[in-house]
Write a protein that binds this ligand. Structure first.
Ligand SMILES: Cc1ncc(C[n+]2csc(CCOP(=O)(O)OP(=O)(O)O)c2C)c(N)n1
Ligand SMILES: [Mg+2]
Length: 319
């Protein structure tokens, strides 16, 4: 499979869009402008970008508490996302959901989710519907290493395998579930090995290499579209920041953190683009500037938007 230079530039652009959105969210959170919790995706951009590059608007994703990258890679609107983080009436959930509840059903984004592992069965339901309706669409389920210990993981993979549902489980192994190092919360080294229990393919890839992620998910999506059923793709990666904003992450080994920072997926792809003469540094700088402008517009939209009205307190709320 040949990846074109233009595709690589798209990958770069998406990763920078996610990175800059997250950096702005960190800044605004520290400034006291975001009332809710935020879990940032800095360092993990290659996973969402490489995976979603295989999807179209009619395909589905389920996301997590660390969802901004998934939403952006699937086409989520920066203005509506930022306004939601601000708690404004113009946000995706009219300011009532915050970071962990953003969804855009028209784009196949079935929601971020504050419940670890909750997206796993939802993705199987979406994939089952695709199969039942005879579309050739697929679902991608993003979930963490920690989430691969949940009962929902076992149930979802088993059911998807039995019914040959077109779903790809993309496990973002960022080596931690909150402060709990992966080696302390599970006995497998490669989470992809767990696929064998369900009789489905499992692959483990460098999650900081957007091309490796794209290729592994491409094979899995291709199999799913052809009726071959689900797969598990484990992407080994690293979150640069704390579990949530405000977590000083003192549990991380500074040496290991430095090693992973050196494997940052964005400079890695930039270097490759320049080496293969697909872009000059000036081209990349222009992309960065364009994204800065997009983020500034999203912040401006959020800041200028109204708060939800008190009369809306109980609308769109299920109790
Ligand atoms: C069912 C459930 N149990 C526990 C929690 C608390 N919790 C929030 S995030 C998290 C860790 C998740 O780790 P992982 O799946 O690896 O995702 P990461 O945060 O590393 O992206 C936990 C235990 C929760 N939100 N939901
Ligand atoms: Mg994790």
């Amino acid at each position: 499979m040949e990846i074109t230079p233009n595709q690589l530039i798209d990958f770069y652009t998406t990763m920078v869009r996610i990175r800059k959105f997250e950096q702005k969210a960190a800044e605004q959170f520290a400034a006291g402008k975001l009332p809710g919790f935020v879990h940032l995706y800095v360092g993990e951009e290659a996973v969402a970008t490489g995976a979603c590059a295989n999807l179209n608007e009619n395909d589905f994703i389920t996301s997590t508490h660390r969802g901004h990258g998934h939403l952006i890679a699937k086409g989520g609107k920066l203005e509506l996302m930022m306004a939601e983080l601000y708690g404004k009436a113009t946000g995706y959930c009219r300011g009532k959901g915050g970071s962990m509840h953003i969804a855009d059903v028209d784009l196949g984004i079935l929601g971020a989710n504050g419940i670890v592992g909750a997206g796993q069965p939802i993705s199987v339901g979406a994939a089952f519907a695709c199969k039942y309706k005879g579309t050739n669409n697929v679902a991608v389920c993003f979930h963490g290493d920690g989430a691969s210990n949940r009962g929902t993981f076992h149930e979802a993979l088993n059911m998807a395998a039995v019914f040959k549902c077109p779903v790809v489980f993309v496990c973002e192994n960022n080596m931690y579930g909150i402060s709990n190092y992966q080696k302390n919360h599970q006995t497998v080294n490669d989470i992809a090995d767990r696929a064998a229990s369900y009789g489905i393919p499992g692959a483990s890839v460098d999650g900081n290499d957007v091309i490796a992620v794209y290729e592994a998910v491409n094979a899995a999506v291709d199999q799913a579209r052809k009726g071959g059923g689900p797969s598990l793709v484990e992407c080994k990666t690293w979150r640069h920041r704390g579990h949530f904003e405000g977590d000083p992450a003192t549990y991380k080994d500074p040496k290991e953190q430095a090693e992973w920072l050196a494997k940052d997926p964005i400079p890695r792809l930039a270097k490759k683009l320049i080496e293969m003469k697909a872009a000059t540094q000036a081209d990349l700088d222009a992309i960065d500037a364009k994204i800065d402008d997009e983020i500034a517009k999203a912040v401006d939209f959020a800041e200028k938007s109204p708060w939800p009205d008190v009369s809306d307190l109980l609308t769109d709320v299920v109790a």
